[in-house]
Design a protein around this ligand. Structure first.
Ligand SMILES: *[C@@H]1O[C@H](CO)[C@@H](O)[C@H](O)[C@H]1NC(C)=O
Ligand SMILES: *[C@@H]1O[C@H](CO)[C@@H](O)[C@H](O)[C@H]1NC(C)=O
Ligand SMILES: *[C@@H]1O[C@H](CO)[C@@H](O)[C@H](O)[C@H]1NC(C)=O
Length: 270
């Protein structure tokens, strides 16, 4: 057999293995998606870090229109979500708007997304917690103080960060579904007993979480360093502090994802 043929057979085989589970979602495909989403999150933070705090973006007295009261970032996120809803973004069960009330209907034909999740999943979201975590805790850790007037761009990059974080954290629904399908017997007693703590324990793997924290810190070093043509890259200077990225995962992304998983599993037998 030629090398090409061997490679082809392997690709087909691994493709089949990956899709051997119902609806093509496996623990491995979920894992690959989570790892890929790390890149999106880190790049979104790097983009936000281009701007200083720009506090008027978050000050209600900065925006004054008769039709809207709130901060500029609230305004930008709400309007962007309305536009993206028309373009069909929220027809995808992986997407969760921060401001779901009065979103306009989609103008595009519906795409038939495969139904992987148990239907009650649609009612689960922790968008409010993600919003509060981002603005009250995370932002001040990686953005320099100051004001350069780029408030609209600042709000636009906050939107990108928020959407990346929301997608990653709500991906917990899919994580929980594949884990449940792999070994339902392991989860059913805790689900029936509505035992959140027991579920949280079943979903916690400290060595895996430590590895994730290390990997995202390393990615932040690689993605966030100055690239020059000399070999003397200024070491130790990163666009976003790698320890902040590691903390973002350890303190917020992974715990919030597990919260989504627990909420999802509690309704898994409904
Ligand atoms: C918000 O803006 C107003 C008007 O410029 C200012 O007086 C106030 O101190 C600002 N609030 C904060 C929390 O920065
Ligand atoms: C959507 O996909 C499912 C599963 O592939 C199929 O059974 C169903 O008929 C499709 N529905 C539409 C409207 O195409
Ligand atoms: C998210 O949950 C809140 C309250 O828990 C609810 O008001 C909101 O409609 C939900 N959002 C979506 C997109 O389902």
């Amino acid at each position: 057999m030629s090398i090409l043929r061997i490679v082809f057979v392997f690709v087909v085989w691994s493709h089949n293995v990956r899709n051997s589970m119902a609806n093509g979602v496996t623990l491995e495909s979920v894992r690959q998606s989570l790892i890929r989403q790390e890149d999106t999150i880190i790049f979104s933070l790097i983009e936000r870090a281009r701007f200083p705090t720009n506090s008027p973006t978050y000050n209600e007295s900065y925006v004054s229109t008769p039709t809207f009261s709130g901060t500029l970032v609230h305004f930008v996120v709400k309007e962007a979500e309305a536009l993206q809803a028309k373009a069909g973004r929220y027809a995808n069960p992986e997407e969760h708007p921060f401001f779901p009330d009065n979103l306009p209907p989609s103008v595009v034909p519906p795409y038939n997304f495969t139904e992987v999740l148990h239907p009650p999943a649609a009612s689960i979201n922790i968008s409010k917690d993600i919003w509060d975590m981002y603005f009250k805790k995370l932002l001040q850790l990686f953005v320099a103080p100051g004001d350069d007037g780029n408030y609209a761009s600042t709000a636009a990059s906050d939107l990108v960060c928020l959407q990346a974080l929301s997608r990653r954290i709500h991906y917990g629904k899919l994580v929980a579904e594949v884990k449940f399908r792999e070994s339902p017997g392991e989860y059913e007693p805790a689900i029936r007993a509505k035992d959140r703590d027991a579920l949280m324990k079943l979903l916690t793997f400290e060595s895996v979480e430590e590895a994730v924290k290390k990997r995202v810190a390393k990615k932040a070093m690689v993605f966030g360093k100055e690239v020059t043509l000399n070999n003397d890259d200024n070491k130790g200077k990163y666009k976003v502090d790698p320890s902040v990225v590691s903390r973002l995962y350890g303190d917020w992304i992974m715990p919030l994802t597990k919260l989504v998983q627990v909420e999802y599993l509690l309704r898994r037998l409904d």
